[in-house]
Design a protein around this ligand. Structure first.
Ligand code: FES
Length: 98
């Protein structure tokens, strides 16, 4: 069963998804969808409340940025990468593989 509907995701507006005990930040960019751990690796902030620029999401708390494609921490103060998850988009159905 799909986790989300593509047409309900706004471009570069992340949403939080709870699945299989994980909290995931899901972001649509064009017709691609990226999934990354929602909790910043620097402290306890929810990345889905952050801003997306290009393929990076910025943590609202202290400004660390992560690459949505790889989970890499690209801007301090975070320096630990986040886990990313495969996303399957099938017509309008979006499924995060966990
Ligand atoms: S909690 Fe995200 S940068 Fe500090």
């Amino acid at each position: 069963m799909a986790d989300l509907q593509l047409d309900q995701l706004t471009d570069r507006k992340p949403v939080k998804l709870e699945k299989n005990g994980k909290t995931i930040c899901v972001t649509r960019i064009g017709n691609e969808v990226f999934a990354i751990d929602d909790t910043c690796s620097h402290s306890e902030a929810s990345l889905s409340e952050g801003e997306v620029t290009d393929f990076k999401i910025e943590c609202w708390l202290h400004g660390a940025e992560f690459d949505l494609r790889t989970g890499e921490a690209v801007t301090l103060p975070a320096n630990i990468p986040l886990e990313t998850y495969s996303v399957t988009v099938n017509a309008n159905s979006v499924t995060v593989e966990i």
